[in-house]
Design a protein around this ligand. Structure first.
Ligand code: DOR
Ligand code: ZN
Ligand code: ZN
Ligand code: ZN
Length: 433
């Protein structure tokens, strides 16, 4: 009763370091239960939730409120960002060990948390503990300024949703000089350009905006500079997107992996895989894997630019699992993996099943690659589009493993700039804000 022979690939649970789940406060757009269901359907087993909720997550009370929403609703594992405000830099350090990271909004976007004042930027970058991740929404010249302030504060910085050629090239130059800068790119900037704005109309509004083909090509040409893929899942309803003032943002959790797997099939991205050919059977539970038989272990190579990469290097596992874990210091999820069918072809539906957004900018696009099964901490959390994990079953990974500060430095007044081994800068402690 075999119906087909397919390449089923087992991958680690995907980690999305940038999602907006709208909970608390705008749960008609999304909540932890619906957003984490969308995550599991998309092969994502851990999400990092952004703080631009209502209220925004900027102090102990709002953080506690978000933690309760998440604990009740989440079906996958998670961590919660805290947001930088004009005057909360002193209060945030206390929340640090239990937060995903600090988020700073440095451009205008769907948030009340925009920071313009360089003095405030410096206060946050100096006070947020250096062993904890710090992420910025900073586009174009703002990104250059943010990297400069981080460098002067002698701390690592993570750049959200890089979209432009000038941004990825500046990050590349900074990395070459040893600056501790990392970055993420969102699927919509890899797979859509401003040429689609005619078709998408107001639905196409997103921050950063869709860019021209030259920008998109620069992202693909500099794939090795990209540390993470992250959806920036930003659900808004169809009615909101069609209104007078459409809010920016695209849902992305359910479509990211099919798009990226399609790119693997096209030879544009790499995957380090155990390829299993299985006998697939249809029963009341849908298509189920039967008799796994390991055929080959190897690498699906990216054509052209990937040639200089060492063996074992792989876009998908690196940018959606290993690098997120390293940059955000995330614990392992034991007994957690996903299975994808590399040969299932279909077109992305008008309304993916789980997000409350009920639309996608990728509707109608032909993809090759489907998420079939998700196992999270030993339990089947999703199979063939059906989410089995219940609200509340997701764990806060920062409660499982808080990011406690490292032991104090021997000479706290001496700061070694991380990108130069020989130079030391003596910073008078009292002179710092
Ligand atoms: O398009 C966006 N939507 N960009 C952002 O920075 C925020 C996000 C949202 O929260 O809707
Ligand atoms: Zn809630
Ligand atoms: Zn942003
Ligand atoms: Zn965002």
């Amino acid at each position: 009763d075999c119906i087909s022979s397919r390449r089923i690939v087992r991958l680690p649970g995907m980690i999305d370091v940038h999602v907006h789940l709208r909970d608390p406060g705008q749960t008609h757009k999304e909540d932890f239960a619906s957003g984490s269901a969308a995550a599991l359907a998309g092969g994502v087993t851990m999400v990092m939730a952004m703080p631009n909720t209502k209220p925004a997550i900027i102090d102990r009370d709002s953080f506690q409120m978000a933690k309760e929403c998440a604990a009740r609703g989440a079906r996958c594992d998670y961590a919660l960002f805290v947001g930088a405000s004009l005057d909360n830099y002193r209060q945030l350090a206390e929340l640090g060990p239990r937060a995903a990271a600090l988020k700073m909004y440095l451009n205008d976007t769907f948030s009340d948390l925009r920071l313009d004042d360089l003095t405030v930027w410096s206060q946050h970058m100096e006070h947020w503990p250096r062993h904890l991740p710090l992420c910025v929404h900073a586009e174009g010249q703002t990104m250059a300024a943010a990297m400069m302030v981080a460098a002067l504060a002698n701390r690592p910085i993570h750049i959200c949703h890089v979209a432009k050629k000038e941004e990825i090239l500046l990050i590349k130059a900074a990395k070459q000089r040893g600056f501790p800068v990392t970055c993420e790119v969102s699927p919509h900037h890899l797979f859509l350009t401003s040429s689609e704005l005619g078709r998408l109309g107001a639905m196409g509004q997103v921050k950063p905006p869709l860019m021209v083909e030259d920008d998109q090509r620069a992202l693909w040409d500099n794939m090795a500079v990209i540390d993470c893929f992250a959806t920036d899942h930003a659900p808004h309803t169809v009615a909101e997107k069609r209104s007078e003032k459409p809010p920016p943002g695209f849902p992305g959790l359910e479509t990211m992996l099919p798009l990226l797997l399609t790119a693997v099939n096209q030879g544009r991205l790499t995957l380090q895989v155990t390829v299993i050919v299985i006998c697939a059977r249809q029963n009341r539970q849908g298509t189920i894997a039967d008799q796994p038989l390991i055929v080959t272990r190897g690498q699906q190579n990216r054509q052209g630019t990937g040639a200089d990469q060492p063996l074992g290097w792989s876009d998908l596992e690196d940018k959606l699992h290993h690098n997120p874990r390293r940059i955000f210091k995330l614990p392992e999820q034991p007994n957690t993996y996903i299975e994808v069918d590399m040969d299932e072809t279909y077109s992305i539906p008008e309304a993916p099943a789980h997000s409350k957004a009920m639309w996608t900018p990728f509707a109608g696009r032909a993809v090759a690659g489907a998420v079939k099964r998700v196992v999270l901490r030993g339990e089947v959390a999703m199979v063939d589009g059906r989410v089995l994990a219940t609200p509340g079953s997701g764990r806060d990974v920062r409660e499982l493993q808080p990011l406690l500060p490292p032991p104090p430095a021997v000479q706290p007044e001496t700061v070694v700039m991380p990108w130069t081994e020989e130079r030391e800068w003596h910073v008078p402690a009292a002179g710092r804000t």
